[in-house]
Design a protein around this ligand. Structure first.
Ligand code: SF4
Ligand code: MG
Length: 331
């Protein structure tokens, strides 16, 4: 399908920081219309940078971003402002993005006011409708953010993002600040709204169990690159990258319904600094399967190993069939 989002080939550099960090490197990600793509990885791996770049909050230093067939890599001014309606962002902590002095109704209406041309009565109607859709009693429009619970505030964050009827929505750690029980309610709401409003999502989280709950496909990111990409069910049934295996191993039992027990794969040590990433496979300093002669020198590329399933590991086949085994103890 021609619509949807495509992000190709970094690197994305963050300016104004010393030293300059390559936050995203050589990523090629296509998101089809109506799809939920989950982006998972530990903090600092570049997933937020990738998400913000895809919606042009950042401009990439190289590569290109295509949205609904249009190259938006370097758009500016009026076109960029128009694009802001089609593409919205739901941030991690709604309480920090909600002005505490403004009422709920006015917070949700903000996008409509900026856009202009909609009479106040119609705006109020649209706000009431949107509040109702996200499960907030429209009668609460006169309340202030501090009068709401964390889950209610995130519903307001969602209403603010969706009031302009975007087509593509990036959510970044949208439920991370919430209790588990509230998390699943918000995740279900996001799924429902996707179908009702015909949305497409890039869903970013450090928590693979959360991503699994909503995503059709999952991209696993490590130190600025995508190391595995697969349909969600396939990724859990047959993870091919040792880093993905370690993420699945670390999920407490019972949080991933419908998956079979996996072998336990541990990752060694802490993530290296993205300022000076390891040579060869960036994961080799922490990989229990690493064969240094190859892994420390040659960079693995993302290659397809099954329908819609890609992995960036030199030994993916051998690890899957048991010819290459994990070291028993960290070295
Ligand atoms: Fe591990 Fe080597 Fe595969 Fe990288 S390429 S994930 S270091 S086995
Ligand atoms: Mg982040």
């Amino acid at each position: 399908r021609g619509l949807g989002q495509r992000f190709r080939a970094g690197p994305v550099r963050l300016f104004g920081r010393t030293p300059q960090v390559v936050a995203v490197d050589e990523v090629d990600l296509r998101i089809h219309e109506g799809e939920v793509v989950g982006l998972v990885g530990e903090s600092g791996c570049g997933k937020s940078t990738l998400g913000r770049t895809m919606v042009r909050l950042f401009e990439p230093t190289s590569g290109s971003i295509t949205f609904a067939g249009e190259d938006i890599t370097h758009v500016r001014g009026k076109r960029l402002r128009e694009l802001r309606r089609d593409i919205q962002f739901i941030f991690q902590d709604p309480s920090s993005s909600l002005d505490p002095r403004r009422r709920i109704g006015s917070l949700v209406a903000e996008g409509l006011e900026i856009r202009g041309g909609i009479p106040a009565a119609r705006r109020a109607e649209m706000v009431a409708e949107m509040l109702d859709r996200v499960g907030i009693d429209p009668g609460m429009a006169r309340r202030y953010p501090h009068e709401l619970s964390g889950g209610q505030r995130q519903r307001i964050g969602i209403a603010r993002a969706l009031i302009l009827r975007p087509r593509f929505v990036v959510t970044d750690e949208a439920v991370s600040a919430l209790d588990l029980s509230v998390q699943s309610k918000i995740l279900n709401l996001l799924r429902e709204l996707k179908d009702e409003l015909k949305l497409t999502y890039l869903f970013i989280s450090h928590d693979l169990a959360v991503v699994h709950h909503v995503a059709d496909r999952i991209a696993v990111m490590y130190l600025g690159g995508i190391v595995e990409l697969a349909p969600a069910a396939e990724l859990h049934r047959r993870p091919l990258h040792p880093y993905t295996m370690s993420l699945i191993s670390s999920i407490p039992e019972g949080r991933l319904a419908g998956t079979e027990p996996h072998r336990t794969v541990r990752v060694e040590g802490d993530p290296p600094s993205p300022v000076d990433p390891p040579s060869g496979c960036r994961f080799h300093t922490r990989c229990a399967f690493a064969r240094p002669e190859r892994c420390a020198t040659e960079k693995p590329v993302l290659r397809q190993l099954g329908t819609g399933h890609s992995v960036a590991c030199h030994f993916a086949e051998e690890i899957a069939d048991g010819t290459v085994t994990a070291r028993s103890a960290p070295v």
